[in-house]
Ligand binder design. Structure first.
Ligand code: ZN
Length: 107
């Protein structure tokens, strides 16, 4: 296959182009196997479970790239649980947005 950036011929299993260092399509395939959807959105059930079990530590916020909110939730233990509860309801009702402003992906 060929690099989408510089057009150099690269190994079909390579994750980055050896000539220019740009990630190949293989990278996005790997991320989708880690739980991200093809559109780059996050799986609704995964985020819901993370919020339910680890919401007080802001894990669901870190997971959805809302790092600033995640840190704040970690320091306040999810706003004494209230913040985590609000996020849980938002996820449940479909109002939750990830760090890119996208809704979660329901299968
Ligand atoms: Zn390249």
């Amino acid at each position: 296959m060929f690099c989408s950036n510089c057009g150099a011929q690269i190994d079909s299993k390579a994750v980055i182009c050896i000539k220019c260092g740009v990630p190949t399509n293989n990278v996005s395939q790997e991320t989708s196997m880690l739980g991200a959807t093809p559109e780059g959105r996050y799986d609704w059930l995964t985020v819901l479970l993370l919020c339910f079990f680890l919401g007080g530590l802001g894990v669901h916020s870190f997971y959805t790239k809302k790092t600033g909110i995640g840190v704040a939730q970690l320091l306040t233990l999810g706003g004494c649980g209230i913040w985590a509860l609000i996020d849980f309801i938002m996820i449940l009702t479909g109002g939750f947005r990830d760090g890119n402003g996208n809704p979660l992906y329901k299968k």
